[in-house]
Design a binder for this molecule. Structure first.
Ligand code: ADP
Ligand code: MG
Length: 451
């Protein structure tokens, strides 16, 4: 590490201590270390993911501005997790001994996106909503012969898609080290491809991709329309399938709803096993909280509090984990026991946000499913009755079940004007009085959405 950077870091630390005081400094900032600095970027390492998130959200701005004060050339300061830099450190399960699965790139950097050391099968709590996805992921990880191609995992944010993909990679690298696994976010895939094009190395790029046994691409909804990466992905995909290699894909929606992806690619993506991860239910949320408390060896936290959280934080697992972490950190800092009152106080904003937990996205999805139309038609300009009516129903439900304003709702429906939404709401109100089928549909949908 260069000495000038170390010296700057010392000064930044001193300023942070002066600004935030000893207590906060010792708890949060002192554990950070300078990992490296290069090309106007500075990387600090935090010992855990939780610390990283906490520091980034609470102190990130100040850290950045102090660095810039020391060195105006610095464009970005990022905080990384030190355990992710050296997998296998500080974790007690056997799989951790594995080296990070990585295909080597020309410059010695792994092509694989970083794997989170905590995303293992044994840390994944299985419930009704994710059992199919879990079973399929395990099957892929356990068997060298390809059984379904691709495995397509989809579900809303924070429900465990990335966790399962990393778990596959860790598992294979441990049990079948001879198999080459490549895990890439869709963004990283695009980045590598574009870089290869720029460096006139697209043949090398293809060869590297085609050398892997298992290729995983996360969040393919980020592939955008009119993009040659899509085409390249498709060719690679077909080549790997022909070579009988396993492919695992994730997205936040089903293959047929990937609007920005070309039709023939979309349909090809659905040929293997498509596993939907549903919203969590209460039992799973409670199970995850209990597992997490056990894992972190956190101080005693009463079952009542866990039950309360499982009831109230229903959005997704990421938020649930975040709520628990925040609660533990707060209680730790102020040295108060974790009671229901404290929980309500500390998590006020999160609890409120989860109260109006029905989102317009969910409404659109459910309504589209119910009427058997494409999700895309919620945003489209098509006016045919068979899509226009469900769209109006969705707008009506959005008005009733969320706190969104008419213009916000209009926006979510392909940028429609608020008067269109107002009209839709009125129209459905009227029709409901005379059309009992419609009234029942709405009732059913509302119950599904609120349940
Ligand atoms: P996604 O990729 O679907 O957006 P992630 O895989 O990143 O979601 O999961 C978000 C967070 O929730 C991660 O910290 C992950 O470990 C955790 N998580 C999700 N599902 C589960 C589960 N079933 N058991 C334990 N942790 C989970
Ligand atoms: Mg993810």
């Amino acid at each position: 590490m260069d000495q000038a950077a170390e010296a700057r870091w010392e000064r930044v630390r001193a300023r942070l201590r002066a600004e935030f005081g000893d207590a906060a400094f010792n708890s949060w900032l002192k554990p950070l270390s300078l990992y490296r600095s290069y090309d106007g970027a500075v990387e600090l390492a935090a010992p855990t993911r939780f610390m990283r998130d906490w520091v980034a959200s609470h102190y990130g701005e100040r850290v950045r501005s102090f660095w810039r004060g020391e060195d105006p050339e610095v464009r970005d300061v990022v905080i990384v997790v030190s355990s992710a830099l050296q997998p296998g450190r500080g974790d007690d399960d056997a799989e951790d001994a594995a080296a990070e699965p990585a295909a080597e790139e020309r410059d010695g950097q792994p092509v694989t996106s970083p794997l989170d050391p905590r995303f293992r099968f044994q840390n994944f709590v299985v419930g009704r909503s994710n059992e199919l996805a879990y079973a399929a992921a395990r099957r892929v990880a356990d068997n060298a012969d390809v059984q379904f191609n691709p495995l397509f995992l989809y579900g809303g944010v924070g429900l465990g898609k990335t966790h399962l993909m990393h778990a596959i990679a860790w598992h294979i690298s441990q049990r079948q080290p001879g198999r080459q696994v490549m895990y890439l976010s869709a963004e990283k895939f695009m980045y590598l491809f574009i870089r290869a094009l720029r460096e006139k190395d697209s043949i090398g790029f293809k060869q590297r991709l085609r050398a892997v046994d298992v290729l995983m691409i996360d969040d393919v909804q980020f592939f955008s329309r009119k993009d040659s990466t899509q085409e390249e992905f498709f060719h690679t995909f077909n080549a790997l399938v022909d070579l009988n290699r396993q492919i695992v894909i994730s997205a936040d929606r089903s293959p047929s709803d990937l609007e920005d992806i070309e039709e023939r690619i979309r349909s090809r993506l659905g040929w293997g096993l498509v596993a939907d991860i549903h919203q969590t239910d209460y039992e799973l949320r409670l199970g995850i909280l209990q597992a997490k408390v056990k894992q972190t060896g956190a101080r005693a936290i009463g079952e009542k509090v866990l039950e309360f959280l499982a009831h109230r934080i229903t959005s997704n697992v990421r938020e649930l984990e975040g709520a628990l972490n925040r609660l533990l950190a707060y209680a730790n800092l102020v040295g108060r026991p974790i009671t229901l009152e404290l929980t309500q106080e500390v998590l006020q904003d999160l609890l409120r946000a989860n109260d109006r937990r029905v989102t317009i996205d969910e409404i659109q999805k459910k309504v589209a499913q119910h009427y058997n139309i494409r999700l895309a038609d919620m945003h489209s300009a098509r006016r045919a009755r068979n899509v226009a009516r469900p769209r109006q129903v969705a707008m009506f439900l959005a008005k009733q079940l969320t706190t969104r304003s008419l213009p916000e709702i209009g926006n979510k429906f392909g940028g429609r004007d608020h008067t269109t939404v107002m009209h839709a709401v009125k129209r459905i109100e009227e029709l409901r009085q005379t059309d009992s089928t419609l009234a029942e549909d709405i009732d059913l949908l509302r119950r599904m959405l609120e349940g």
